[in-house]
Write a protein that binds this ligand. Structure first.
Ligand SMILES: *Cc1c(COP(=O)(O)O)cnc(C)c1O
Length: 396
């Protein structure tokens, strides 16, 4: 039997993310702080950036925070600071944004992908041991969609084999594992302040967190053209800065982050309840042992497996999930697919030699994931419309 959505709900378009609602809430505070920075004449570095670094380290619970231009740069700088050499291997997940592996490749190391866990979408730490070789130098867990990876398991195996751990926290700012914030558990945490992340700037931004002052100093040197004293250069570095305007904006937003993350958790809980009676949709599971901050609320929609799987000329097959998504879009409900093609099958990584079928859970999930609208200000009525629409589109 089909469910007919109430008429007043049926007409409104629902975006995957609406940043204008947050702006309405804090717009005045943002304008005031932006005006202050503009009037100060100090746009690069200075106390605004330093204060944000202190506040963010305090929030994450690390001794050190070094800001930079993006989450991608944070990963790159972290790997550079750990002195990766050509041929070194870094174990990570293929079910993530390209930046995670790109940074590994950019420092000359080699990404080694292990399969993910169907329940968490994060790499399965039980597979780490088998992937470790004498070339392995680091483990790079990604806390995907805001859901923390089992860091107890990761740290235990890292310690046993003497490996560094870099956490990709781009989607997990504020998430915890065993009571500690992601980004404070491994040796280095890497954050992105891209506008769609839980703590987003009004532009690009990123940060590295660590409890190791020597690593922090090294990262600071690398991000400033490889110099500790101006105009004296000891390494080839990069120019990677968080500017004062973004730092000022992030200071305002950081004060709201816990409340926004709590709202995301409430949105996730409501989706969970609304979706419980719906068949054909697998709900994401809340982290066991940690707390997710729900950067995305991602369901699995199983359907026919793509017939052209394995055909190299078409690695992005249309799945049942895609057809459901299209129908929902026609009815005004936008959703997203993160990520349609796992990294081990990307053409840019052909040289790594992975085959279709090698990471079966990763590949299955890439065919079935659908991220529903998720942001703190999403209303219960909108969520009902999302679920009504999803249910109807499944029935077609
Ligand atoms: C967004 C993101 C990054 C990159 O961050 P940018 O600030 O966009 O460079 C890295 N890893 C993951 C998992 C991300 O989601």
């Amino acid at each position: 039997m089909k469910t007919v959505p109430p008429l007043d709900l049926a007409v409104k378009n629902i975006p995957p993310l609406d940043l204008t609602r947050q702006y309405k809430l804090i717009g005045e505070d943002l304008s005031a702080t932006v005006a202050e920075v503009l009037a100060s004449g100090r746009y690069i570095g200075g106390s605004v950036v330093e204060n944000f670094e202190t506040q963010f380290a305090g929030y994450i619970g690390t001794q050190e925070c070094v800001t930079c231009n993006s989450g991608t740069d944070a990963l790159y700088l972290a790997l550079r600071a750990l002195q990766m050499q050509p041929g070194d291997e870094v174990i990570t997940t293929a079910f993530t944004f390209i930046a995670t592996a790109e940074a590994i490749t950019l420092v000359g190391a080699k990404p080694v992908f292990i399969d993910i866990d169907l329940a968490t979408f994060n790499f399965n730490p039980a597979q780490l041991a088998a992937a470790i070789t004498e070339k392995t130098k680091a483990i790079l867990p990604v806390h995907l969609f805001g859901n923390p990876t089992d860091m107890t398991a990761v740290m235990a195996i890292a310690q046993k084999h003497g490996l560094a751990v870099i956490e990709d926290c781009a989607q997990s700012t504020g998430a915890t594992w065993a009571g500690k914030k992601t980004g404070s558990i491994g040796h280095i945490g890497c954050f992105s302040f891209f506008p769609t992340k839980n703590l987003g700037a009004c532009g690009d931004g990123g940060a590295v967190t660590t409890n190791d002052p020597a690593l922090a100093a090294k990262i600071r040197m690398l991000k400033e053209h490889g110099s500790r004293a101006r105009y004296y250069h000891e390494e080839i570095g990069v120019n990677s800065r968080l500017d004062a305007l973004q730092a000022a904006i992030l200071q305002v937003k950081l004060r709201h982050l816990d409340a926004w993350n709590a709202q995301r958790q409430a949105v996730a809980e409501r989706y969970h309840q609304l979706l419980t009676p719906v068949t054909g949709v697998q709900k994401p599971q809340a982290a066991v042992g940690g707390e997710s901050v729900w950067n995305q609320y991602t369901v699995l929609i199983a359907g026919d497996s793509p017939a052209n799987n394995g055909n190299e000329s078409n690695l992005i097959p249309v799945t049942y999930r895609d057809r459901v998504r299209e129908r929902m879009q026609e009815r005004g409900v936008s959703s997203m697919v993160y990520y349609p093609l796992p990294l081990h099958l990307q053409s840019v990584y052909k040289n790594l030699g992975y085959q279709v079928g090698q990471l079966p859970v990763t590949e299955q999930v890439s065919h079935e994931v659908l991220s529903l609208p998720m942001f703190p200000e999403l209303s219960p009525e909108e969520q009902e419309q999302v679920v009504y629409t999803l249910k109807d589109c499944l029935a077609l």
